[in-house]
Design a protein around this ligand. Structure first.
Ligand code: AHR
Length: 504
């Protein structure tokens, strides 16, 4: 180990990029997001109401949020839950707002849901953001007919009772929603079902979710949590694969389901445990993929990680049911590492949704009345969006460890892709709490001539953006990568994310 001033530099990370073998597409849907009727995600965070004169909005949706999400290139947005999805009655969220029935949000704080943000509001908002909607259907407490009607309402062009109702409510053309979840966490808040029972229910609900003219449905089964491999195995065995385009997986980086620890003033022990949980995403994807390979060697059914992210105790003084937490450089590490894992499993992982988009869990945006800020996680997702729909470059990597109390984690993670212009984008995340790491990237003789880059780094791991200091953590240009004879060399500071672009 070299020590230069306060900066300890550890053993080398050696990466080889097999650019000539780039073949598998990294689906842009790996970069998806999730918006639930939970705390201030929808109400206050995204939707402030049509009559709001204080916060500039379009049809009630904050203009600042729309712009930030357009800039982020959000490929898809999952809604309305989460646990809320299996309690949601979509027909209560259409038609004149004054007439919409109210309900109690039993999962999140017991607050009254007035249904003022419903199907039209969500799907129109997705159009403004440029994101594909991903609707999570109610299987836990709704009927087969309710879900079949929802599909027809949003997708059938004309001439059916549901399409006529949609038109009466102001929308002539269907939205052609392709992405559908058939329930959520069916083993838990979605109905406490067994895998066998859910498989049968899935077959029944999915049968009546029909394709319409321009919308061939992509149906996603409610999947396992973490290493619940028997769930995946039962679904893969019992559900005909032509009825199921994806199986979900949820994994949160949480210290424990009791005390989840603080979002900002965490110790190194808590940081290490969070990183350990983040790395487990790789183990879970491998485990579930192995089972899927057994039943589906051609990889026709995708693994969709439609909930992931860091989960901590709520901020002091906030409603415990609202899951509001700050977002620091630790969250940037979870994001950089997890997105590298997803990219490197692009053959099976075809979609993922960070939980959640605004004001809830590992949010990319926080709001406070008319103020808005972008979190470190937002910046990582923005830096990484160069990988969307690009070709994955297989890599070989030898990386040093980040050690704490005798335990070890791989410190540096890397993924790379080739875009439509043949530029190579390489994302690197160093989760080490205190050491910088030198990295050598061998481009295997390819004659690249120019490298440019961006970095997200900050002086403290707990650094975050506040409404008074919204740009404390922000993306900077990075000129520290040197390209010589087909080899790139750089030093990654402790807890930093770097994305490099190499061109010929
Ligand atoms: O994202 C918060 C909750 O976590 C979701 O509603 C649920 O699906 C999961 O348990």
């Amino acid at each position: 180990m070299l020590v230069c001033g306060a900066l300890a530099v550890s053993a080398q990370t050696k990466v080889t990029l097999n650019t000539d073998l780039a073949k598998t597409q990294i689906s842009k849907h790996i970069y998806g997001h999730f918006a639930e009727h939970l705390g201030k995600c929808i109400y206050g965070g995204m939707y402030v109401g049509e009559g709001n004169t204080k916060i500039p909005n379009t049809a009630g949706v904050r203009n600042d949020v729309i712009q930030a999400l357009r800039d982020l290139k959000v490929p898809n947005l999952r809604w309305p839950g989460g646990c809320f999805a299996d309690a949601y009655q979509w027909k209560d969220g259409i038609g004149p707002k004054a007439n919409r029935p109210k309900m109690v949000n039993i999962w999140w704080g017991g607050v009254t849901e007035d249904n003022s943000f419903g199907t039209h509001d969500f799907l129109d908002m997705c159009e403004r953001i440029g994101a594909e909607p991903y609707l999570a259907g109610n299987v836990g407490s709704g009927t087969v007919k309710d879900l079949a009607d929802w599909v027809t309402y949003v997708n059938h062009p004309a001439g059916s009772p549901m399409s006529e109702l949609r038109k009466k409510n102001g929308r002539e053309m269907p939205w052609n929603v392709k992405l559908w979840g058939v329930g959520n966490e069916a083993w838990g808040c979605g109905g406490n079902m067994t895998a066998e029972y859910y498989s049968n229910i899935y077959r029944q609900y999915a049968t009546f979710m029909s394709d319409h003219k321009d919308a061939k449905l992509y149906k996603i089964a409610s999947g396992a949590s973490d290493g619940q491999y028997d769930w995946t195995e039962t679904l893969m065995k019992n559900i005909p694969h032509h009825m199921m385009q994806g199986v979900a997986l949820h994994h949160y980086s949480v210290l424990s389901w009791g005390d989840k620890g603080p979002s900002v003033s965490f110790s190194e022990a808590q940081y290490f445990k969070t990183m350990d949980e983040a790395w487990k995403m790789d183990e879970f994807i491998k485990g579930h993929s192995t089972i899927m390979d057994k039943y589906d060697p051609a990889k026709k059914v995708a693994l969709i990680v439609d909930e992931w992210g860091g989960w901590y105790n709520v901020e002091e003084g906030t409603n415990p049911g609202f899951l509001y937490q700050q977002n620091t450089m630790r969250d940037a590490m979870i994001a950089g590492l997890t997105l590298n894992i997803f990219n490197n499993h692009a053959d099976r992982v075809k979609g993922a949704n960070l939980a959640q988009i605004v004001n809830v869990l590992q949010a990319v945006i926080l709001t406070n009345e008319e103020k808005m800020l972008l979190t470190p996680t937002y910046h990582v997702m923005k830096m990484y969006n160069v990988h969307q729909d690009a070709k994955l470059i297989p890599i070989d990597i030898e990386a040093p460890s980040y050690e704490f109390n005798g335990k070890k984690l791989t410190a540096v993670s890397v993924s790379a892709s080739k875009d439509a212009q043949n530029a190579v984008n390489i994302s690197l995340t160093n989760i080490d709490y205190s050491k910088a790491h030198e990295v050598t990237i061998n481009l295997r003789g390819e004659d690249f001539s120019k490298v440019s880059g961006q970095i997200l780094a900050s002086s403290k791991i707990s650094d975050h953006n506040t409404f008074d200091q919204p740009n404390k953590v922000s993306i900077k240009d990075f000129s520290g990568a040197k390209l010589e004879k087909g080899v790139l060399k750089l030093t990654l500071p402790a807890y930093s994310v770097v994305v490099l672009k190499v061109i010929k």
